[in-house]
Design a protein around this ligand. Structure first.
Ligand code: UTP
Length: 295
């Protein structure tokens, strides 16, 4: 039996330059999709997948993230005194248990691989999830979001798991791309991967899409600090080294991922997540129709 996945690492130390000027003072993970920060959507997905401990790798100007996952005593007290029970109960339901969050600093944004390595002491010697919080997901037919589907795949195959998505051929050079081996339907064996392949050289159209389950031996590899594409310490390069010794499987995510780290992706996420909310969709649809009718 594989060890359960209890901890998830959320790398949140990037500069978010693609969504400037919004991210000049507000971390991109705290930008709002519908009525909650992007990061809260990612934490809810992790919680649904059975994650018990949330590890945030932060940087300077990100202190507001720590506050968001703490009690807001004055606010809660005011809501209580004003009889706003519904709002109060929602806040309390979202609050992680005391001691269920950890924060560490990356100090300098040297790359995703380096950010994950910064969580090594908090994660310890157990397999763990990595959730890129700027990628947020809506469930497909089976009602599960991406990380829950990765955990299912991990329970089947063990080892290491990467969520995959199909990308248009002319965009593959922007992503980490997987080389598939044996096909199991919802999952597949990974026989190779490459970060940002030159145009026309991608091994498939299956891209790495922001959810991973990794064995702790990745930390020893990332410790070397070898730089890859863009001069950054890449998680993909660490996984390539680990895949020489350990099994990796891909999950064909049944659902939809939105990259809120780009302006268009952020806008699309707001529309899709609003339309998926029974309390907001009816009113929003009416407004949306007025706008779309003019295009
Ligand atoms: P991105 O490359 O999308 O984030 O990394 P970025 O660097 O903030 O984006 P741009 O290109 O400047 O707009 C994916 C995730 O990894 C984190 C980011 O915060 C984001 O959640 N990250 C990236 C780190 O924590 N540290 C890094 O050194 C790089």
């Amino acid at each position: 039996m594989s060890k359960p996945i209890r901890k998830a690492v959320f790398p949140v130390a990037g500069l978010g330059t693609r969504v400037l000027p919004a991210t000049k003072t507000v971390p991109k993970e705290m930008l709002t999709v519908v009525d909650r920060p992007v990061l809260q959507h990612a934490v809810e997905e992790a919680r649904e997948a059975g994650i018990e401990h949330f590890v945030f790798v932060t940087g300077r100007n990100k202190a507001v993230i720590e506050d968001h996952f703490d009690m807001a005593y004055e606010l809660e007290d005011t809501l209580r005194r004003r009889g706003k029970e519904k709002e109060l109960n929602e806040l309390l339901a979202d609050l992680p248990k005391a001691g269920a969050t950890s924060f560490t600093r990356q100090q300098a944004p040297l790359g995703l691989g380096h950010a994950v390595w910064c969580a090594r002491d908090i994660v310890g010697a157990e397999p763990f999830a990595v959730v890129l919080p700027d990628m947020i997901t809506l469930p497909g037919k089976n009602g599960k979001r991406c990380l829950a589907q990765c955990v299912e795949a991990y329970e089947k195959h063990g080892g290491n798991i990467i969520a995959a998505e199909t990308a248009p051929k002319d965009q593959l050079h922007q992503y980490g791309v997987l080389a598939p081996g044996q096909d199991f339907g919802a999952t597949f064996e990974i026989t190779g991967m490459v970060e940002k392949p030159p145009k026309g050289a991608a091994p498939s159209d299956q891209i790495i899409s922001g959810r991973y389950i990794l064995e702790p031996s990745i930390f020893k590899i990332l410790e070397k600090g070898e730089k890859g594409a863009g001069g950054e310490i890449q998680l993909t390069d660490g996984m390539i080294a680990l895949a020489k010794k350990r099994p990796f499987h891909g999950v064909r995510f049944d659902g939809k991922t939105y990259d809120t780290g780009s302006k268009i992706g952020f806008l699309a996420a707001n529309v899709a997540f609003a339309l998926a909310r029974p309390d907001i969709a009816p009113g929003f649809k009416a407004e949306l129709k007025k706008i779309v009718g003019k295009i």
